[in-house]
Design a protein around this ligand. Structure first.
Ligand SMILES: CC(C)(COP(=O)(O)OP(=O)(O)OC[C@H]1O[C@@H](n2cnc3c(N)ncnc32)[C@H](O)[C@@H]1OP(=O)(O)O)[C@@H](O)C(=O)NCCC(=O)NCCS
Length: 168
Protein backbone atom coordinates (compact mmCIF):
# COMPACT_ATOMS: atom_id res chain seq x y z
CA UNK A 1 0.00 0.00 0.00
CA UNK A 2 1.40 3.38 -1.05
CA UNK A 3 1.89 6.07 1.61
CA UNK A 4 -0.49 8.89 0.78
CA UNK A 5 -0.47 12.30 2.46
CA UNK A 6 -3.44 14.60 1.99
CA UNK A 7 -3.26 18.26 2.98
CA UNK A 8 -4.73 21.65 2.18
CA UNK A 9 -3.64 23.22 -1.13
CA UNK A 10 -0.90 25.88 -0.80
CA UNK A 11 0.15 28.58 -3.25
CA UNK A 12 3.39 26.72 -3.98
CA UNK A 13 1.29 23.83 -5.38
CA UNK A 14 -0.15 26.06 -8.11
CA UNK A 15 1.90 24.83 -11.09
CA UNK A 16 1.45 21.15 -10.26
CA UNK A 17 -2.29 21.49 -9.70
CA UNK A 18 -2.64 23.36 -13.00
CA UNK A 19 -0.73 20.53 -14.75
CA UNK A 20 -3.15 18.03 -13.25
CA UNK A 21 -6.08 20.25 -14.26
CA UNK A 22 -4.73 20.23 -17.84
CA UNK A 23 -4.56 16.44 -17.75
CA UNK A 24 -8.12 16.20 -16.45
CA UNK A 25 -9.42 18.66 -19.04
CA UNK A 26 -7.64 16.86 -21.91
CA UNK A 27 -8.93 13.48 -20.73
CA UNK A 28 -12.50 14.72 -20.45
CA UNK A 29 -12.54 16.57 -23.75
CA UNK A 30 -10.88 13.67 -25.61
CA UNK A 31 -13.56 11.37 -24.29
CA UNK A 32 -16.22 13.48 -25.97
CA UNK A 33 -14.15 14.18 -29.10
CA UNK A 34 -13.79 17.88 -28.32
CA UNK A 35 -10.78 20.13 -28.45
CA UNK A 36 -9.41 21.06 -25.02
CA UNK A 37 -9.34 24.73 -24.03
CA UNK A 38 -6.52 24.62 -21.54
CA UNK A 39 -5.91 28.34 -21.13
CA UNK A 40 -9.56 29.00 -20.36
CA UNK A 41 -9.61 26.10 -17.92
CA UNK A 42 -6.46 27.33 -16.16
CA UNK A 43 -7.98 30.80 -15.87
CA UNK A 44 -11.05 29.34 -14.25
CA UNK A 45 -8.96 27.39 -11.74
CA UNK A 46 -6.97 30.47 -10.80
CA UNK A 47 -9.97 32.77 -10.52
CA UNK A 48 -12.27 30.35 -8.76
CA UNK A 49 -11.05 27.06 -7.31
CA UNK A 50 -7.53 28.18 -6.34
CA UNK A 51 -8.45 31.71 -5.39
CA UNK A 52 -7.72 32.20 -1.66
CA UNK A 53 -10.68 34.61 -1.50
CA UNK A 54 -13.03 32.05 -2.99
CA UNK A 55 -15.35 29.68 -1.18
CA UNK A 56 -13.68 26.49 -2.35
CA UNK A 57 -11.72 24.00 -0.30
CA UNK A 58 -8.94 22.29 -2.22
CA UNK A 59 -6.94 19.36 -0.88
CA UNK A 60 -3.97 17.72 -2.60
CA UNK A 61 -2.69 14.16 -2.24
CA UNK A 62 1.00 13.30 -2.44
CA UNK A 63 2.94 10.07 -2.59
CA UNK A 64 6.70 9.67 -2.90
CA UNK A 65 6.20 10.70 -6.56
CA UNK A 66 4.81 14.13 -5.58
CA UNK A 67 1.28 15.50 -5.89
CA UNK A 68 -0.85 12.91 -7.66
CA UNK A 69 -4.37 14.26 -7.27
CA UNK A 70 -6.69 16.90 -5.88
CA UNK A 71 -10.25 17.37 -4.74
CA UNK A 72 -12.32 20.56 -4.82
CA UNK A 73 -15.17 21.08 -2.40
CA UNK A 74 -17.59 23.94 -2.60
CA UNK A 75 -18.61 25.15 0.83
CA UNK A 76 -21.13 27.98 0.46
CA UNK A 77 -20.93 28.80 4.19
CA UNK A 78 -23.16 31.82 4.69
CA UNK A 79 -24.34 31.99 1.07
CA UNK A 80 -26.96 29.28 0.57
CA UNK A 81 -28.11 31.05 -2.60
CA UNK A 82 -24.87 29.81 -4.20
CA UNK A 83 -25.94 26.20 -3.74
CA UNK A 84 -26.60 25.09 -7.29
CA UNK A 85 -27.53 21.55 -6.45
CA UNK A 86 -28.52 21.92 -2.86
CA UNK A 87 -28.26 19.79 0.19
CA UNK A 88 -31.46 18.00 1.14
CA UNK A 89 -32.46 20.98 3.28
CA UNK A 90 -32.23 24.11 1.06
CA UNK A 91 -31.81 26.37 4.11
CA UNK A 92 -28.81 24.42 5.31
CA UNK A 93 -25.37 25.93 5.03
CA UNK A 94 -23.86 23.09 6.97
CA UNK A 95 -22.89 21.17 3.92
CA UNK A 96 -20.14 20.75 1.32
CA UNK A 97 -20.46 19.72 -2.30
CA UNK A 98 -17.60 17.88 -4.01
CA UNK A 99 -17.07 19.58 -7.37
CA UNK A 100 -13.94 17.91 -8.72
CA UNK A 101 -11.99 14.77 -7.89
CA UNK A 102 -8.96 13.91 -10.01
CA UNK A 103 -5.96 11.62 -9.76
CA UNK A 104 -3.24 11.42 -12.39
CA UNK A 105 -3.67 8.39 -14.68
CA UNK A 106 -0.41 6.72 -13.61
CA UNK A 107 -1.46 6.70 -9.92
CA UNK A 108 -4.97 5.25 -10.27
CA UNK A 109 -6.20 2.20 -8.42
CA UNK A 110 -3.81 2.79 -5.50
CA UNK A 111 -6.20 4.47 -3.10
CA UNK A 112 -5.39 8.12 -3.84
CA UNK A 113 -8.98 8.95 -4.87
CA UNK A 114 -10.41 7.36 -1.75
CA UNK A 115 -7.86 9.12 0.46
CA UNK A 116 -8.88 12.49 -1.04
CA UNK A 117 -12.61 11.97 -0.49
CA UNK A 118 -12.03 10.69 3.05
CA UNK A 119 -9.81 13.67 3.86
CA UNK A 120 -12.40 16.13 2.48
CA UNK A 121 -15.09 14.57 4.69
CA UNK A 122 -12.83 14.90 7.74
CA UNK A 123 -11.70 18.43 6.85
CA UNK A 124 -15.13 20.00 6.41
CA UNK A 125 -16.48 18.28 9.49
CA UNK A 126 -13.55 19.37 11.66
CA UNK A 127 -13.00 22.89 10.27
CA UNK A 128 -16.49 24.00 9.23
CA UNK A 129 -18.65 21.75 11.40
CA UNK A 130 -20.40 20.52 8.27
CA UNK A 131 -22.83 17.68 8.73
CA UNK A 132 -23.26 16.51 5.17
CA UNK A 133 -21.20 16.09 2.01
CA UNK A 134 -22.54 15.35 -1.43
CA UNK A 135 -21.53 15.16 -5.07
CA UNK A 136 -22.90 14.27 -8.47
CA UNK A 137 -21.27 11.58 -10.63
CA UNK A 138 -22.17 10.94 -14.27
CA UNK A 139 -23.58 7.48 -14.99
CA UNK A 140 -20.71 6.60 -17.30
CA UNK A 141 -18.01 7.42 -14.75
CA UNK A 142 -17.42 3.94 -13.36
CA UNK A 143 -14.16 4.76 -11.47
CA UNK A 144 -15.83 7.63 -9.58
CA UNK A 145 -18.94 5.58 -8.86
CA UNK A 146 -16.68 2.91 -7.35
CA UNK A 147 -14.79 5.35 -5.15
CA UNK A 148 -17.97 6.75 -3.58
CA UNK A 149 -19.66 3.36 -3.30
CA UNK A 150 -16.66 1.87 -1.59
CA UNK A 151 -16.75 4.74 0.95
CA UNK A 152 -20.35 3.97 1.90
CA UNK A 153 -22.10 7.04 0.44
CA UNK A 154 -25.89 6.93 -0.01
CA UNK A 155 -26.94 7.22 -3.62
CA UNK A 156 -29.95 8.44 -5.56
CA UNK A 157 -30.12 7.81 -9.30
CA UNK A 158 -31.23 10.67 -11.53
CA UNK A 159 -31.47 10.65 -15.37
CA UNK A 160 -27.85 10.67 -16.41
CA UNK A 161 -26.17 11.01 -13.05
CA UNK A 162 -26.15 9.78 -9.49
CA UNK A 163 -26.34 12.01 -6.41
CA UNK A 164 -24.08 10.69 -3.66
CA UNK A 165 -24.34 11.98 -0.12
CA UNK A 166 -23.07 11.12 3.30
CA UNK A 167 -23.73 12.31 6.83
CA UNK A 168 -20.51 13.35 8.50
C1 LIG B 1 -12.23 8.71 -10.24
C2 LIG B 1 -10.77 8.72 -9.85
C3 LIG B 1 -10.51 9.99 -9.03
C4 LIG B 1 -10.46 7.48 -8.98
O1 LIG B 1 -9.17 7.67 -8.42
P1 LIG B 1 -8.26 6.45 -7.92
O2 LIG B 1 -7.09 7.08 -7.28
O3 LIG B 1 -8.02 5.50 -9.03
O4 LIG B 1 -9.23 5.77 -6.86
P2 LIG B 1 -8.81 4.68 -5.77
O5 LIG B 1 -7.52 4.06 -6.13
O6 LIG B 1 -8.94 5.32 -4.43
O7 LIG B 1 -9.96 3.61 -5.97
C5 LIG B 1 -11.10 3.51 -5.15
C6 LIG B 1 -11.86 2.25 -5.47
O8 LIG B 1 -12.31 2.21 -6.81
C7 LIG B 1 -11.67 1.14 -7.51
N1 LIG B 1 -11.28 1.67 -8.82
C8 LIG B 1 -10.83 2.92 -9.09
N2 LIG B 1 -10.63 3.06 -10.40
C9 LIG B 1 -10.97 1.88 -10.97
C10 LIG B 1 -10.98 1.41 -12.30
N3 LIG B 1 -10.61 2.20 -13.33
N4 LIG B 1 -11.37 0.16 -12.51
C11 LIG B 1 -11.74 -0.63 -11.49
N5 LIG B 1 -11.76 -0.22 -10.20
C12 LIG B 1 -11.38 0.99 -9.95
C13 LIG B 1 -10.49 0.77 -6.66
O9 LIG B 1 -10.11 -0.57 -6.85
C14 LIG B 1 -11.04 1.01 -5.28
O10 LIG B 1 -11.94 -0.01 -4.91
P3 LIG B 1 -11.80 -0.79 -3.51
O11 LIG B 1 -11.92 0.23 -2.42
O12 LIG B 1 -12.96 -1.70 -3.54
O13 LIG B 1 -10.46 -1.41 -3.55
C15 LIG B 1 -9.84 8.70 -11.11
O14 LIG B 1 -10.18 7.58 -11.90
C16 LIG B 1 -9.94 9.95 -11.95
O15 LIG B 1 -9.30 10.94 -11.66
N6 LIG B 1 -10.73 9.93 -13.04
C17 LIG B 1 -10.83 11.03 -13.96
C18 LIG B 1 -11.46 12.25 -13.34
C19 LIG B 1 -12.89 12.06 -12.99
O16 LIG B 1 -13.66 11.49 -13.75
N7 LIG B 1 -13.27 12.62 -11.84
C20 LIG B 1 -14.61 12.57 -11.32
C21 LIG B 1 -15.49 13.63 -11.83
S1 LIG B 1 -15.06 15.24 -11.25
Amino acid sequence: MTDIEVRLYEESDLERVLELADEFHRELYARFGKEARLEENRGFYQNAYLNPQGHYTVLVASTSDGIEGYIVGSSPMDMPELNMHGPRDPESVSWTEMDILFTTASSRGRGVGKALVTAMCDYVREHYGHEEISGYVANWNEPSLRVLRSLGFDEEAEDSRVLFSKEL
